[in-house]
Write a protein that binds this ligand. Structure first.
Ligand code: ZN
Length: 471
């Protein structure tokens, strides 16, 4: 290892404007070796051999919630079928699509998705992976077959993967028998632990092959929801697996789920989880849309991160997250693109802030005492929450992975704005994609808005859409 390190080339980038953990800085020299920043020096002088970045340079973000296969359905469920269309009727369509997907299809969809994520400024993705088995529910000869497809897609694209194999056993609270539509998802706790083990081994092989950055891909633990698992299962899994891994769960996305949980246990879902399992900073509570004041305080105090998916939550009619109350208690949150109706960090953050404005009939809702620029607040919260939930450290600081993006220096707002206005201009006034270049572990994956595999990936994706959705 030490000889490799000594011989690894040192690369230098010179950013005229860069967002550091301390805020915007000028003339920042970023030195990269073996996929990590070795030095991040503001107020530097440009050296001739440096790569000049004259557009705003920002950290990339961890996308904390993805179901890759759902990308193929995006936009195909906007058809009124009955007066009460909801999350639950959308889920019926999703189950039909699931029956048609082969492992190869899943890789094609995920490769295209991850390329689009990189173009959107996400360089790590937490894949909430529950599509485990063959159609009908039988296990593949390698039980981790579908996870291997996601790993290959991550390799194809260059994105970092946080793989969250999902335990999904039941159809409803109290261990209800799963439906035929759920057959591809179902494992017992023991089957889950075996799947987790082999997936983890495969992921660490992938990391080892990548000598430059051996911790790019991560593992996590995942329970689909309180509907899909029982308390003994949660206890068993948490007692058997590495206690440092992040833990993800869907929770309180729908009012119906809250009502069903109360009928089953007498408690609301977050209240039940906090009282019976216990929350801490390992947990990522995905959605957590429907919270009472006690639950807001419990999550904030636990330092768990809430996984907000604003465009999916809007699309499914989930409800409005109590972001103002949660932020007032320094609650932590990050962003996931979930069902992938949007692959735009801009749209996610804008939707989140605007949802609060619609509800409150007021402007500038998400900020804090130290940060009254809404765009800066949204971006830095999403960065920190994404890091925590994905188990990575992204950000322009020595020792961190050298992941960063450059926004288009020629866009008038990027060319002319003072640093303190750059994020507000980008997030609230630009619809075109401004993300020109993206680097992951010091390697450029998006160059001048393009990915090297985008043409072949696009063609393969077209064929899979036609086959799965329209044959
Ligand atoms: Zn989800």
């Amino acid at each position: 290892m030490s000889t490799t390190k000594a011989s690894a080339p040192l690369q230098h980038y010179f950013a005229e404007r860069a967002l550091l953990p301390s805020g915007w800085a000028s003339n920042v020299r970023l030195s990269v070796q073996q996929g990590r920043f070795t030095h991040v020096q503001p107020d530097s002088t440009l050296v001739e051999s440096d790569t000049l970045l004259d557009g705003p340079v920002l950290p990339t973000i961890g996308n904390l919630h993805s179901h890759a296969f759902q990308r193929i359905m995006a936009g195909a469920a906007e058809v009124s079928l009955n007066p009460n269309d909801s999350f639950w009727s959308w889920r019926d369509l999703m189950y039909k699509v699931v029956q048609k997907l082969s492992p190869e299809d899943a890789q094609v969809i995920a490769t295209q998705l991850y390329i689009d994520m990189l173009k959107a400024g996400y360089s790590q993705v937490a894949e909430f992976h529950y599509l485990h088995h063959a159609p009908g529910g039988q296990a593949y000869s390698q039980v981790e077959e579908m996870a291997l497809q996601l790993m290959q897609a991550a390799q194809n694209s260059g994105i970092g993967l946080t793989l969250l194999p999902v335990l999904y056993s039941y159809a409803g609270f109290g261990g209800q028998t799963p439906s035929a539509g759920q057959a591809r998802f179902i494992n017992s706790a023991d089957e889950y632990l075996a799947l987790h083990q082999v997936s983890s081994e495969a992921l660490s092989q992938l990391n080892k092959r990548d000598t430059n950055h051996q911790h790019k891909h991560q593992m996590g633990i995942c329970f689909h929801s309180l509907r899909a698992v029982t308390q003994p299962q949660i206890d068993t899994v948490l007692s058997q697996l590495d206690s440092a891994l992040p833990i993800h769960i869907h929770i309180a996305e729908q009012q119906k789920e809250v009502n069903d949980c109360k009928t089953w246990s007498g408690q609301r879902p977050v209240q039940w989880l906090n009282d019976n399992i216990g929350l801490d900073d390992r947990w990522c509570l995905v959605h957590a849309t429907h919270l009472d004041q006690k639950e807001i305080t419990a999550i904030a105090n636990s330092q768990a991160v809430v996984g907000l998916c604003p465009t999916t939550e809007a699309n499914l009619g989930d409800g409005i997250f109590p972001g103002v109350d949660f932020s007032a208690q320094n609650g932590r949150w990050g962003i996931g693109s979930d069902s992938h109706v949007s692959l735009s960090l801009v749209e996610e953050l804008r939707t989140l802030e605007y949802s609060q404005r619609f509800r409150d009939q007021q402007r500038n809702r998400l900020h804090n005492a130290g940060q009254n620029h809404v765009g800066d607040h949204l971006f830095t919260q999403a960065l920190a929450g994404g890091n925590q939930a994905c188990g990575v450290e992204l950000g322009l600081a020595p020792g961190h992975r050298a992941d960063f993006m450059q926004l288009d220096p020629e866009h008038p707002f990027m060319a002319a704005s003072a640093p303190q206005d750059l994020l507000n201009r980008w997030l609230f006034a630009c619809n075109e994609n401004l993300i020109k270049d993206v680097f992951v572990c010091g390697q450029q994956v998006i160059k001048d808005f393009h990915h090297p595999l985008e043409e072949s990936s696009r063609r393969a994706f077209i064929q899979v859409i036609k086959k799965v959705m329209y044959d």
